[in-house]
Every structure is written in structure tokens, then in C-alpha cells.
Design a protein around this ligand. Structure first.
Ligand code: GUN
Length: 287
């Protein structure tokens, strides 16, 4: 039997609606409009599309949005000064520096991201937020793994006691995903390029998350019958052809539920960013 397809658009719409509702409540109760600032450095075409999507999503939900466009040649000092200004702004509750940064400042990425006030760190990349997530405190959580967790919950996929296997150990997806599932009482295994007998590990997964960055890396023989398979990969294999990290056509015949690419978890990220902006605003008002 073919798997249940977990369509990103259904879940993203629900998450956006929730963000919009909470944004309106903030305005009614506190007279505050949540605000997001996105800094983009240079002319990366994909980044420009992502930033426009974020801006449009804010506008649709009544969230204030500022896009700061810096030239390709911008110095680290200029970028840090911009972050300082936004850290001090009453209108801005969330700050995001679009990645990747151009070559001349890419090596300063850690310093740049750490300059963002942790309370406004809507990417959840600041070590303060990472530490809060790991220790079970209220945190701003990276958007993609947070979206995956909320999708599993809304879809009614059991997490408590489940065997969850994550392929990939990035700071943006793999590691936060592991901590989120652990906090929901899954038994969590993280696999990576040095993992031995990968297939033996993935075959035991009730929930399998692929975040490797390799097209069709997860094949049907690696998946347990009835498992939930979440594909976080976005790999461009031709100018107009995107595929995930999962061999969707074959894996869907084994899995119980699966996310497609495109049209899967990629759609959740911006919706969760909207929620993070609202959450950041709520947390700042609580202080
Ligand atoms: N570029 C691609 N994805 C992301 C993301 O989640 N956050 C930031 N800041 N840049 C990105």
C-alpha cells in the first residue's frame, strides 16, 4: 500500500494561520505589531527569492517587515553596525541574516550571527538559544526542524517512545531535530558520513529524517515498513528539477507516511519563521 503523503502546504497554512492569530492578539492586547528585519548581503538569486517570500509572508499576516539590502562588498563592520541598530530598535522583534554570506565575510559568520540579540534570534542559531533548547528551556528554535516536529504532531504521528533516526548532523537541521524529538520522548539516533552499517540503523526507525544533501540517498531497502519518512533535502539536479534526499517513488511504497520534494517540509520553514517572530515579540513583552 502506498504511503500517506504529508503535503507541506496543508501544514504551512495551519502554522501561518496560527501566527496571524497570535500577531493580531498582540496588537489587540498590547498595541504592538511584531516586526521582522531580514539582512541580505549581495545578489545571490536564490537568497533574493527566499527573502522576498519572507517579506510577502509578513505582509499577508500583518507582521511588520524590513528588508536591509547590503552590497556584495559590504564589510563585516557595516553588517555588525546594522545588527546593532536592529538590536536596539523597538519596531523589530526578530532579526535574520540571510545565509550564505558572500566570500569576503563568510569566515566571520559565527561572529556575525552571535551579534544578534538572542531574544531577537528568530533563526535560533545563537548559542544561547541552542543551549536553551538542549537544556529544555523556552527557546527560539530553528524553523525547519521545528516545522517538522509540529507537522508530525499535527499529523498524529506517535513520537513518545518511537525510534527516531536522523541522517545528518548540521547545526541548522540534524542537531536541533534530535533535541526536539528527544524532548518529546523519542529514542534518538543521529547518523552521519562516518556511521557504520547505516541501513541497519535506518531500518529500525519509526521516524526517519533525511537531512544529508544528497539526491535520493535514502532508498526503499533502508526503510522499515510503515515508517514515517521526512525529507529535508532540496537538491537541484537540473535547472528546473528539484529532488529530495529520499527516493520518493520507491520509498512511498514501503513507508506509512512521507513528505514529498518539492511541496514538503520546504514550505514549513517560512511559516515557522512567522511563528518565531510572534514568539520573540511575546517573549520580549513578558520581560
Ligand atoms: N539560507 C537558507 N536557509 C536559511 C535559514 O534557515 N536561515 C538563514 N538565515 N539563511 C538561510
Amino acid at each position: 500500500m502506498s504511503a500517506r503523503i504529508l503535503e507541506g502546504k496543508t501544514f504551512a497554512a495551519a502554522f501561518r494561520e496560527e501566527a496571524g492569530k497570535r500577531a493580531r492578539a498582540l496588537q489587540e492586547k498590547h498595541g504592538v505589531i511584531p516586526g521582522l528585519a531580514v539582512i541580505i548581503v549581495g545578489e545571490n538569486p536564490a537568497s533574493k527569492v527566499y527573502v522576498r517570500n519572507k517579506h510577502n509572508s509578513c505582509e499577508a499576516l500583518g507582521i511588520y517587515s524590513e528588508v536591509i539590502e547590503l552590497p556584495e562588498t559590504a564589510t563585516k563592520e557595516k553588517l555588525l553596525a546594522e545588527i546593532d541598530r536592529l538590536n536596539a530598535s523597538d519596531k523589530i522583534h526578530g532579526i535574520l541574516v540571510q545565509l550564505p554570506l558572500p566570500k569576503q565575510i563568510a569566515s566571520c559568520e559565527v561572529e556575525i550571527l552571535q551579534r544578534i540579540d538572542p531574544q531577537k534570534d528568530v533563526d535560533g542559531f545563537h548559542p544561547v538559544n541552542v543551549g536553551r533548547l538542549v537544556t529544555g528551556q523556552k527557546a527560539l528554535i530553528p524553523c525547519t526542524p521545528h516545522g517538522c516536529l509540529k507537522m508530525l504532531q499535527l499529523a498524529g504521528i506517535p513520537i513518545d517512545g518511537a525510534n527516531a533516526v536522523i541522517i545528518g548532523r548540521s547545526n541548522i537541521v540534524g542537531k536541533p531535530m534530535a533535541h526536539l524529538l528527544l524532548a518529546e520522548n523519542a529514542t534518538v539516533t543521529i547518523c552521519h558520513s562516518h556511521t557504520k552499517n547505516l541501513k541497519e540503523v535506518t531500518k529500525k526507525a519509526d521516524i526517519l529524517v533525511a537531512a544529508v544533501g544528497r539526491p535520493k540517498f535514502v532508498t526503499a531497502d533502508m526503510v522499515k515498513e510503515g515508517a514515517t519518512v521526512i525529507d529535508v533535502g532540496i537538491n537541484r539536479i537540473a535547472p528546473k528539477k528539484l529532488v529530495g534526499d529520499v527516493d520518493f517513488e520507491n520509498v512511498k511504497e514501503v513507508a506509512g507516511a512521507i513528505t514529498p520534494v518539492p511541496g514538503g517540509v520546504g514550505l514549513l520553514t517560512v511559516a515557522m519563521l512567522m511563528q518565531n517572530v510572534v514568539t520573540a515579540c511575546e517573549m520580549q513583552l513578558e520581560k
